[in-house]
Design a protein around this ligand. Sequence first.
Ligand SMILES: [Zn+2]
Length: 404
Amino acid sequence: MKRTYKFRLHPTGKQVRALERTLNLCRILYNCALLDRREHHRKTGQGLTYNRQAAQLVRDKEAHLILVEVHSQVLQDVLRRVDRAFDNFFRRLSTGARKPGYPRFKGEGRYDSITYPQQPGFRITAEGRLYLSKIGHIKIKLHRPIQGEIKTCTVRRQAGKWYACIAAEIGGAPPAIPIRSAVGVDRNIINLATLSDGRVIENPRQLRGMEKRLALFQRRASRKKPGSRNRKKANARVARQHAKVADKRRGHAHKVSRFLVDTYDLIVFEDLLIPNMVRNGHLAKHIHDAGWGMLARFASYKAEEAGKAVLRVEPRGTTSDCSGCGKSVPKQLGDRLHRCPACGLEVDRDVNAARNILTRGLRLLNTAGTAGIHAWGDPASTVGDASLRQAGSLNQEAPSVRAG
Ligand SMILES: [Zn+2]
């Protein structure tokens, strides 16, 4: 199992220039390799393979000494990217996609990452720096330890900042542990999530402020004249704020997913590949989706490491169905309470949904052996910066879990 760590880099001015030059050389190689494939196909009706292009690269390096400035494996990785782009294109073509998307040339400034596919082309030095062959020793903020065997390093330019994404192999998952506690997680509109045991996971207050600022910057940018200097400046500000929001959200998603995996043996999410809400272009919603996706993803890999389980279930009907008796109880958007006329259950709307999600997860599991699951335990009050709180005082008497 592979895991990727993202670290901020603080290159010197000279290193930035070297990185940018490398990006540009890689971009040119990418475009040339793309063109070669296109021409070859036009003349012969056949494709070019990675191996043939890699052999050509060796000859090109003799003719164009400038290529020697870039680590050879980084150059080979550029060719692999071209190869993948064509593979994807042909796959889309074979599935009859309406817009298969022929691989495109990368314009200036549109090529933002390079990959060192193996050590010792790069390494973390004893002094805690990132050594990149042909670039130098770069200051790196290793804010958490890397577990497992380091495999690849991708250096990325994002909104004017530099990052290293280091992938490590952490070996097979440890043997599964028995499930003693399980939880359903309902994504909701106001907070990040509501759990089936009544806990509410909120986004940090600070994040909401940052998002508001982002929306404000975006509105301002959209009012500037397209192509103008002011528009460019405003767009840069939007990008910087966007990166800040993303950082904060990532940190929070790590904290919450850690809490979930430490607290529960089985965590059930809604499967968002099945669209259950009307998609719209609203910014806040888009950002919210991004945070939610991260939470589920981080919980999945943390659970895998800990030998715990994450399941995804069909989200349709989780809000309307009664978690007590299964009867469908339609709701308006503003109805905060689930009130079942059939069995009399009264519970917070989101808690009801979360319990349905949990029930579906348990049904997915082989029900044998899950009868003793302690599913709706006593909620703890806070985690971290008050990110969790109990959902109101609605119906704290949780029914026991029925297996099957
Ligand atoms: Zn009911």
